[in-house]
Design a protein around this ligand. Structure first.
Ligand code: ADP
Length: 316
């Protein structure tokens, strides 16, 4: 018997962006971006200010009409009622009622989303818990710290239990404690199979939170993959070793140059193929009689990847 059943149609991706272009006059804010988000995945959009991250997010929400390309959310076109229902969007700016309490705010946002009665009450409780604001439910927004407001704003964006959540730089201007809390909130979403698209210009956030990272610059995705893969593609196993000699202006400088080192402010920068090569380098310096005052190993990170790909710092 050789009955072969047809392959099942591939399930629609939580987010699918194909060939997206958006221009503002002369400015090409998004310049041919294609990307897809898998269920339960946190995809980071990492790029400097002005790279086009917000425009991309706003196109996914359906707030920006692209000049070319398509965007679908779970197979539904961006901006359609089904796509809106599936999406939770947390923009950078706070959109809360300062005179209302936390609970009243979430209640209002839940009503906008069509929730009523027991379902609404359960959603409000769930979101207060998620944002670690259960004990502040009766407090007015005006009395909250900046970080708490930000968390409440996030809670308002997910009151309708969306399958896909878009977060636009949620930690900008937030104190370190709230920032950690926000990270935990995002990690909890992944554990529930919710997909997250996270824009940031903070490399550490992308490294900590995101399963996959799309590096964005001038409206294009210039590299995409898991963090370690991006670093490996750019640098292989190479690392940088920084050596400060006791007498940086003496013969040690010439020795460092001969060994392929680059001197910068009295510190010699060497590239080593493997971190373990640091031993040989230091032995060589000792044999040549150059005393080392300080040594450090710098493994490349996403910041280095960005510098490598663009010749610029991420935070310029
Ligand atoms: P990012 O979120 O990465 O900081 P944006 O998407 O906000 O980048 O901006 C990308 C580019 O598009 C920038 O040059 C910005 O000035 C421009 N831009 C964004 N929105 C508009 C708009 N509504 N009108 C004109 N230019 C815009």
């Amino acid at each position: 018997m050789s009955a072969t059943s047809p392959l099942p149609a591939e399930a629609a991706k939580p987010v699918q962006v194909d060939g997206l272009v958006k221009r503002y006059g002369e400015v090409v804010a998004v310049d041919g971006v294609s990307l897809a988000l898998a269920p339960g995945e946190c995809l980071g959009l990492l790029g400097p200010n002005g790279a086009g991250k917000s425009t991309l997010i706003r196109s996914i929400v359906g707030r920006v009409v692209p000049d070319a390309g398509t965007v679908s959310i779970l197979g539904e076109p961006a901006g359609s009622p089904a796509a809106r229902l599936a999406l939770g969007w947390v923009p950078q700016d706070l959109a809360l009622y300062p005179r209302l309490t936390c609970r009243e705010n979430l209640d209002a946002f839940g009503r906008y989303q069509g929730l009523r009665g027991a379902a609404l009450r359960a959603a409000v409780d769930r979101c207060l818990d998620w944002a670690a604001l259960a004990e502040r439910g009766g407090d007015r927004v005006a009395s909250l710290s900046g970080g708490m407001k930000r968390r409440l704003n996030m809670a308002a964006g997910i009151i309708h239990s969306p399958r896909v959540i878009l977060l636009d730089e949620p930690t900008v201007g937030v104190d370190p404690q709230s920032r950690n809390r926000i990270f935990e909130m995002i990690e909890a979403l992944g554990a529930e199979g919710i997909s997250v698209l996270y824009t940031t210009h903070y490399m550490e956030e992308a490294e900590r939170l995101c399963d996959r990272i799309a590096v964005v610059d001038h409206g294009r995705v210039i590299a995409e993959g898991a963090r370690d893969r991006l670093v490996r593609d750019a640098f292989g196993t190479r690392s940088e070793v920084l050596v400060r000699f006791e007498d940086p202006d003496g013969p040690a400088a010439a020795w460092a140059r001969e060994r392929g080192g680059r001197l910068d402010g009295g510190v010699a920068h060497f590239e080593v193929e493997h971190a373990a090569d640091i031993g040989g380098l230091l032995e060589g310096a000792a044999r040549a009689g150059h005393e080392v005052a300080d040594v450090s190993l710098h493994k490349p990170n996403l910041e280095s990847v960005f510098l490598h790909l663009t010749g610029r710092e991420l935070r310029e």
